[in-house]
Design a protein around this ligand. Structure first.
Ligand code: MSP
Length: 633
């Protein structure tokens, strides 16, 4: 029996509910899994949760519950979400599962017996927030960032893994396997890191009790990353090893591309085929974080449908790169590609086949040059899509397919089937056009099935099929084969989103639910030099007029006097302030910020505000005797 295609996601920490970052990775893995099934392969898709460590221990203690109780609570969010989203993983492994704990202890013992794990005393610096030993170089970096308070002096007994012994072997392996880490620029970072020298890695802690005990030396628990990485092994059935594709975010690549292969080499096991590091979903240019209150939860987006979210993720994110998320961008993409693009093409095509041919798909007898060109493009785009998807580049695959769909729109406009239908002499041309459109949609349903399972099935049925499109395989699919029967009932594929209406509802849905009693003080940002800071023109302004932006409960449009000119500024302060409260107020304005449009209104400048955990704004106020136009510096 051939080996199943084995794909994994990272296992998620249980200190937070899933957000769109976690959802993205799992969707990508599910799309890959479904794609490989439609290539006729057996697939084993694994996801899970990472439950041990100090953070979980502390969070549970703060709530007066056990770490396991906390983990059970959070894991329920994951299982529920993945189930609602129809994820096709075989198992959600938890690091608290008994078989995993045994596996970790077995492997620890094996490497200990081999001499690759040894006990010694560590004396040096320790970062409390990273739960990791810190080299002198790293300590200097932290000090430069003003984070010295995170460091403590430590002397303790610990088990080390002999990572330094694997430096050359890893480099040789990298050399021999140029596709081991993708994309290339990330692989280069990994290589540079290893070339820079590897130190032995501490893989046990005595300061923590919530973890898997070191066999025979129970006051030590096994370091979370040693524990976590082995999940891929614990959950792997006998015929599955090694993983074909391991999806990870860029932040955890080093663990997967350096430590993990070294552990496996030491255990004498095969290494994964490919580790693919994806970038991050950002909010504007910022990281999503609870303390910034800018975390987007999947449920906020799932009300537009599971397939819509899956499509958006795959279409927008170029794997490897970061991508800024915005609700507007989300809705624009869906309206353009699903409501207009594919949705429109499908409904036009199906209604023309119904109207002009009584629902029977014609067989083209005399295609002209234009028809042939479109037929040829289908023959080209089909393998192109499959090749890109096989390389996990769904962004490029969908891009190629959608540009073909756009070309079909142009083809319809040129051919004007509604005119052709008026004269039976044009029948051969009309037949050719309708057949081409039908075949394009049929191929599209098949190709997008891994990305949008339900939408693809609905399209497939509208085209007259009774079977499951996902049960088909790409291989041997007859692109120009005749239709199997009359077309089915045409269902709208995707309901156009009323953007303005949804924007205000989305804003409300993202309202501060995560208010905490105490302030989670965000870390100080990166240092900027004085010259860069003084480029920002801060002015005292006075609010002359203020009104709510229609259909938004967050945005307020203001006229602000800056002493030398008056500005229109739209601010997201509507949940904290009523327009009346703002009149005549003195504020601090970022006066040289590039103008931008917010719900159709050009906003020129920004008001400075302090904010709490929940991002509630507190307008910064100059003293009463300051006047509009004063520079703030
Ligand atoms: N528990 C470790 C992984 C252990 S794997 C053996 C962990 N967990 S995590 O929950 O913090 O992160 C899981 C994954 O989510 C990581 O791959 C991380 O890159 C990804 N993401 C977290 N925020 C993200 C975005 N904003 N965007 C995309 N993915 C992001 O790390």
């Amino acid at each position: 029996m051939s080996k199943p295609f084995y794909v994994t996601t990272p296992i998620y920490y249980v200190n937070d509910r899933p957000h769109i970052g976690h959802t993205y990775t799992t969707v990508l893995a599910d799309v890959v899994a479904r794609f490989h099934r439609m290539r006729g392969e057996e697939v084993y898709f694994l996801t899970g949760t990472d439950e041990h460590g100090q953070k979980v221990e502390k969070a549970a203690a703060a709530r007066g519950i056990t770490p396991k109780q906390l983990a059970d609570e959070v894991v329920a969010n994951y299982t529920d979400l993945w189930q609602r989203m129809g994820m096709t993983h075989f198992r959600l492994i938890r690091t608290t599962d008994q078989d995993h704990k045994e596996q970790v202890q077995r492997l620890f013992q094996r490497l200990l017996d081999k001499g690759d794990i040894y006990k010694a005393t560590y004396k040096g610096l320790y970062s409390v927030s990273d739960e990791a030993y810190v080299t002198e170089m790293q300590a200097k970096e932290l000090q430069a960032q003003g984070l010295a308070h995170q460091l403590v002096e430590l002397e303790e007994e610990t088990y080390f893994f002999r990572l330094s012994a694997y430096q050359d072997r890893l480099l040789a392996y990298f050399e021999a396997h140029p596709g081991f880490v993708q994309p290339d620029f990330r692989f280069n970072e990994v290589k540079r890191f290893v070339e820079g020298g590897l130190q032995d890695l501490s893989i046990s802690r005595t300061s923590i009790s919530w973890g898997i005990p070191v066999p025979g030396d129970e006051k030590h628990v096994i370091y979370v990353w040693f524990d976590a990485l082995l999940n891929y092994l614990s959950a792997c059935p006998a015929n599955c090893w090694p993983p074909d594709l391991q999806l990870v975010g860029k932040d955890i690549l080093r663990f997967h591309a350096v430590y993990w292969p070294a552990f496996l080499m030491s255990a004498g096991m095969f290494l994964p085929e490919t580790i693919l590091a994806h970038g991050w979903w950002l909010m504007g240019d910022d990281k999503m974080s609870k303390s910034k209150g800018n975390v987007v939860r999947p449920d906020t987006l799932l009300r537009f449908g599971n397939d819509a979210l899956r499509f958006f993720f795959m279409r927008e994110m170029q794997v490897g790169h970061d991508r800024g998320f915005s609700f507007e961008g989300f809705m624009d993409r869906l309206n353009a590609d699903l409501a207009n693009g594919l949705g429109n093409l499908a409904s036009r095509t199906l209604s023309m086949i119904q109207r002009y041919r009584g629902g029977l798909v014609p067989i083209p007898a005399l295609p002209d040059e234009q028809d042939q060109e479109m037929a040829t493009r289908l023959l080209e785009v089909f393998p192109e899509y499959l090749e890109k998807a096989r390389a996990n580049d769904f962004h490029a695959a969908l891009d190629a397919l959608w540009s073909y769909l756009r070309a079909l729109d142009g083809y319809i406009v040129k051919a004007e089937p509604w005119k052709l239908a008026k004269d039976p002499a044009n029948d051969p041309k009309l037949d050719a056009v309708l057949a081409n459109l039908y075949r394009a949609l049929r191929a599209t349903a098949l190709l997008v099935a891994p990305v949008m399972p339900a939408l693809a099935q609905s399209l497939w049925e509208s085209l007259g099929h009774a079977d499951q499109v996902a049960a088909r395989t790409f291989h041997g699919f007859a692109l120009d084969g005749p239709a199997i029967g009359p077309i089915g009932e045409s269902k709208p594929l995707f309901q156009r989103i009323d953007k303005e209406k949804e924007m205000s509802e989305l804003e409300a849905a993202e309202a501060p639910i995560e208010t905490k009693a105490t302030l989670d003080v965000p870390e100080i940002r990166e240092t900027v030099d004085a010259e860069s800071f003084f480029k920002v023109d801060l002015r005292v302004g006075r609010i002359l007029e203020a009104e709510r932006v229609p259909k938004s409960d967050k945005l307020i449009k203001m006229k602000v006097d800056l002493g030398i000119e008056q500005r229109t500024i739209v601010g997201g302060i509507g949940k904290a302030y009523e327009p009346d409260q703002l009149l005549n107020r003195l504020v601090v304005v970022v006066a040289n910020l590039a103008p931008r449009k917010l719900m159709g209104i050009e906003s020129h400048g920004m008001l400075l505000a302090a904010s709490d955990n929940a991002s509630k704004p507190y307008l910064v106020a100059p003293p009463d005797d300051a006047q509009p136009g004063f520079l703030v510096k």
